[in-house]
Design a protein around this ligand. Structure first.
Ligand SMILES: C[S@@+](CC[C@H](N)C(=O)[O-])C[C@H]1O[C@@H](n2cnc3c(N)ncnc32)[C@H](O)[C@@H]1O
Length: 104
């Protein structure tokens, strides 16, 4: 089955990129990975990112994101779950803190 590549247009893209424009990011937490539209934009704008933790509670969204973000696969930790469990999630990938996050 070919997964849908873009189920919707990510919102507030410009605002998000502008907010993080001057921030040097090593580890980023994206609590609502969805189809990965925001993630792709962040990874393109911030090549310094070493680990992008992408969480979603919907397994289908994660499958779509994996397809859409295949070029960045080596940097991304795909995690299935609720972002309310942020602490456990980042600990599970060996991280104690993140340099930025969003939930949009
Ligand atoms: C509007 S979409 C996110 C768009 C995404 N940032 C993108 O660029 O495509 C919302 C996503 O958030 C996920 N979501 C909503 N509440 C969540 C929660 N509490 N924990 C994890 N994922 C959640 C949904 O499953 C859905 O895939």
């Amino acid at each position: 089955m070919t997964l849908q590549k873009a189920p919707h247009i990510p919102v507030m893209m410009d605002e998000m990129l502008e907010y993080f424009a001057d921030v040097s990011i090593k580890v980023f937490f994206d609590g609502t990975l969805g189809a990965g539209g925001h993630a792709k934009a962040m990874l393109e704008a911030h090549p310094e990112i070493e680990m992008y933790i992408g969480c979603d509670q919907d397994p289908m969204a994660l499958a779509i994101a994996k397809e859409n973000l295949s070029a960045f696969e080596h940097k991304i930790k795909f995690i299935h779950g609720n972002f309310l469990n942020l602490d456990q999630m980042i600990a599970s990938v060996g991280v104690k803190q993140v340099d930025g996050f969003f939930l949009i």
